[in-house]
Ligand binder design. Structure first.
Ligand code: ARG
Length: 247
């Protein structure tokens, strides 16, 4: 188009058109956040979000293309078009929502706590950790980190690039507690908790998780919300939920 009106019209096209044209749905996530996205022994991406993404691509009749991206910078990567959608266990926060649109939440979680075993019985709530003598870990740029800073302001906070490192610090006794999304704590507790960790499993924050897309794309948002409602009610969501989350 040579006229500015035609250019604006083109710019307004939904991401859906591009997805159909390319024949692929490019999904951004950061593997390492069990049970939503992780890498298995064969090097393949697996998890709740991955299964949901595959189902989404199938419903669109296109190929699923995983794009593993660092958490720090995942929103700028979406905005600059490195992928079509973020499906990465992302909590809807008002701050993030100023930069992206979120579909309706596909699950609600909250922050929970994994303690070093030595604190068994002595620490029973996040409130007990609110003292500079306690070292609390979480992951850089997450709502876990925000929760520590907001609700446990007096603790000594130690930030890590990955969930794995943040947990290890607690297991080996260099830190006292790991604060993170409850479903992630469930998996870690089951895999590495025995003899090492104590699980305070009652979430102390309210966190809806949702898929993020670029702003100004009502067509894509409408498709996503209708897709979500459909799978939530026809058994497909339950199948994935039971596979990865329900214990
Ligand atoms: N729900 C948390 C947040 O939004 C953690 C998500 C981390 N996701 C990941 N794929 N590493 O900050």
């Amino acid at each position: 188009g040579s006229s500015w009106a035609a250019d604006i019209d083109l710019a307004k096209k939904s991401t859906i058109e591009q997805i159909l044209q390319k024949g692929e749905l490019r999904v951004g996530f950061e593997a390492g956040y069990m049970p939503f996205e992780m890498t298995d022994q064969k090097g393949e991406f697996v998890g709740f979000d991955i299964d949901m993404a595959k189902m989404m691509a199938k419903a669109m009749g296109v190929k699923f293309v995983p794009v593993n991206t660092a958490w720090d910078g995942i929103i700028p990567s979406l905005i600059t078009g490195k992928f079509d959608i973020i499906m990465s266990g992302m909590t809807v926060t008002q701050e993030r929502n100023l930069k992206v649109n979120f579909a309706d939440p596909y699950i609600v979680v909250g922050q929970a706590i994994l303690l070093n075993k030595k604190h068994e019985g002595a620490i029973t709530s996040y409130k007990d950790l609110n003292d500079s003598k306690y070292i609390v870990t979480s992951k850089l740029g997450t709502t876990g980190e925000q929760a520590v800073k907001r609700y446990i302001p007096k603790c000594t906070y130690k930030s890590f690039e990955t969930e794995t490192e943040a947990v290890l610090e607690v297991i080996n006794g260099k830190a006292d507690a790991y604060v993170y999304d409850q479903p992630n704590c469930v998996v870690i507790m089951a895999q590495q908790g025995s003899g090492n960790l104590v699980f305070l499993d009652e979430p102390f924050t309210y966190e809806p998780l949702a898929w993020a897309i670029t702003k100004g794309d009502p067509d894509f948002l409408n498709w996503l919300n209708n897709f979500l409602r459909q799978v939530k009610n026809d058994g497909r969501y339950d199948q994935i939920y039971n596979k990865w989350i329900k214990s």
